[in-house]
Design a protein around this ligand. Sequence first.
Ligand SMILES: Nc1ncnc2c1ncn2[C@@H]1O[C@H](COP(=O)(O)OP(=O)(O)OP(=O)(O)O)[C@@H](O)[C@H]1O
Length: 267
Amino acid sequence: MIELVNIKKGFGDKVILPEVSALMETGKVNLIIGASGSGKTVMMKCMVGLMEVDSGKVLYEGKDFTGMEEKNRKEIRREIGMLFQGSALFDSMTVEQNVMFPLNMFGSGSLRDKKKRVMECLERVQLKDAAKKFPAEISGGMKKRVGIARAIVLNPKYLFCDEPNSGLDPQTSLLIDKLIKDITKEFNITTVINTHDMNTVMESGDHIVYMYQGRKQWEGSNKDIIFSKDEKLNDFIFASDFLREAKEIRQMEMFQQKDWRDKLKKD
Ligand SMILES: Nc1ncnc2c1ncn2[C@@H]1O[C@H](COP(=O)(O)OP(=O)(O)OP(=O)(O)O)[C@@H](O)[C@H]1O
């Protein structure tokens, strides 16, 4: 679990995050969504320590990451896997060498053990056959899968994904979402995704934080979104007539389910 407690961040006179508190839950796909410039990336960078907060705390399992000495931070960083926008693979390395990279940086064990672990991860993302290929020889979706294999090779407790679907077609995007969701559940990872992709929101959003102008405007699950009355959130998610109609249909379907009917009556 990662907890953000009243974090503030600005650059010069410009305040980007006036004060944000949020919880990223264990074993769940936690999404940070919001319009361009709403502060999603800054928030994520503050969480992993790529940016320092001006005030407030980021707690990993209750431990204050923001106030920690560098050597203790390193221990937490070792438990973090990152999937970067555009995959960020090393072009001069094969798929296998790319996935091996974090193991060589941080891992111990023999070369044989490391290779075995790399192959396990490539198998998990169904890319064992591409181990000897170079990034230039594989598709964008495959590159993302290599990025995922590299992000999980050290068995992370936390997985951060920055726009994992950027540049992918809708079908490949869904496959990547499913893979991230499955891995999150399988290894009980606290996954945090920064996304604009509405498919990801509706399919994978166990827990969603909607940012509006640097503030947390709304928080809930993909199911809660269907019945949310928050105007800003609705304008953002259901931006077209088509999506508004799809929402109404889903509302009616969910209303047929007794547990949702009871919950709505309570609200
Ligand atoms: N290093 C920086 N120095 C100054 N301003 C910055 C810096 N990084 C981000 N900002 C500003 O912070 C604001 C929020 O940026 P951020 O990248 O977090 O938005 P975002 O919600 O991730 O947008 P997008 O969806 O387009 O990636 C923007 O106004 C941006 O210009």
